[in-house]
Design a protein around this ligand. Structure first.
Ligand code: CDP
Length: 198
């Protein structure tokens, strides 16, 4: 079975948690596409060459989740050649046998416009910054500023800006528990799976 769940949204909205839970629930493979951009940013040097030559070890670095790596990722992510270099890998992953969940910024709009399920996961900037602060610590005001800066860059770029696809189901997690957000996402996938012929 080929079945793609595309999950997009701004920084720290809860995409990762929801994606992992949906993948586990339905036995689908999961790709955190942000890790690709984080790995390109962390590699340093020429970002286009880094994107063309990514290897699994680049994705296994233990410094990919820092605030700095997030900023570096969003800076290399504005470069069209970087995005182009990562596109085929993501599309192949999405259409692999057995179902796939991909989370990122442009999955439903650019990578998989024909995804069977499209979710846009969001929350207020303050709540997202608080969640990211719980993860990385440091100065809360700086974490909020970084979240806002990254949102502005991701939404404002010319190539594949972050936005909800017209047919995406929007899940605002500001006032939702993890379980409640996962339940909404899971229900959307189950509905679509139920619609499938055969
Ligand atoms: O985990 P968090 O939501 O903070 O970020 P991430 O998903 O790891 O993505 C890091 C950065 O990579 C984003 O701010 C985007 O600039 C970029 N990105 C992108 O441009 N396209 C994607 N499909 C995924 C990430």
């Amino acid at each position: 079975m080929i079945f793609t769940v595309a999950i997009d949204g701004p920084a720290a909205a809860g995409k990762g948690t929801i994606s992992r839970a949906v993948a586990e629930r339905f036995g689908f493979a999961h790709l955190d596409t942000g890790a690709l951009y984080r790995a390109v940013g962390a590699k340093g040097g020429d970002p286009v060459a880094a994107a063309r030559n990514l290897v699994p070890a680049d994705l296994a670095r233990d410094d990919l989740r820092t605030l700095e790596a997030g900023q570096a990722a969003s800076r290399v992510a504005v470069i069209p050649e970087v995005r182009a270099a990562l596109l085929e890998f993501q599309r192949r992953f999405a259409r692999r046998e057995g179902g796939a969940v991909l989370d990122g910024r442009d999955i439903a709009t650019v990578i998989c416009p024909d995804a069977e399920v499209k979710l846009y996961v969001t929350a207020s900037a303050e709540i997202r910054a608080h969640r990211r602060w719980l993860e990385v610590g440091g100065d809360p005001a700086q974490v909020l500023a970084e979240v806002r800066e990254r949102d502005a860059r991701d939404m404002g770029r010319a190539d594949a800006p972050l936005r909800a696809a017209e047919d995406a189901v929007v899940i605002d997690t500001s006032d939702l528990s993890v379980d409640a957000a996962v339940a909404l996402a899971t229900a959307a996938v189950a509905r679509r799976l139920g619609d499938r012929p055969g």
